[in-house]
Design a protein around this ligand. Sequence first.
Ligand code: SME
Length: 146
Amino acid sequence: MNKTEQYENLLQQVQSVMDENADVIANMANMAAMLHETFGFWWTGFYRVIGNELVLGPFQGPLACTRIAYGRGVCGTAWKERRTVVVPDVEQFPGHIACSAASRSEIVVPVVRNGEITAVLDIDSVRLDTFDQTDAEFLNRMVEML
Ligand code: SME
């Protein structure tokens, strides 16, 4: 299976396990687990917007920093600029927050509800240049289910 086929399958699987009662934490937890297991990423998880910062939410992988300020790091940049941020080499991203020294590339996708960014999905890889437009497109479709 190529990456597009893997994402297409995964979208259906994720859709089928989304909690009807829309408990967002439960849904984020399963989404992170399924993405992480399917692609073998290094770290897959959510930071939720709480007040004026991002706070660690459901994730898979090693421990991570718990709070990220608006505009800081890749996550805070995606929040501030309201866009998906693809980082082929984290060492080239000014202000990257290194939760783990093993992380080499990263993608951060904003979660939007009623026009507001409520969270970001953050995925880290131990390989350089892991993420491209295919990841960006499918991950945006996936977080729309939340
Ligand atoms: N690298 C992120 C911080 C979160 S960890 O990767 C899990 C950033 O620069 O925002």
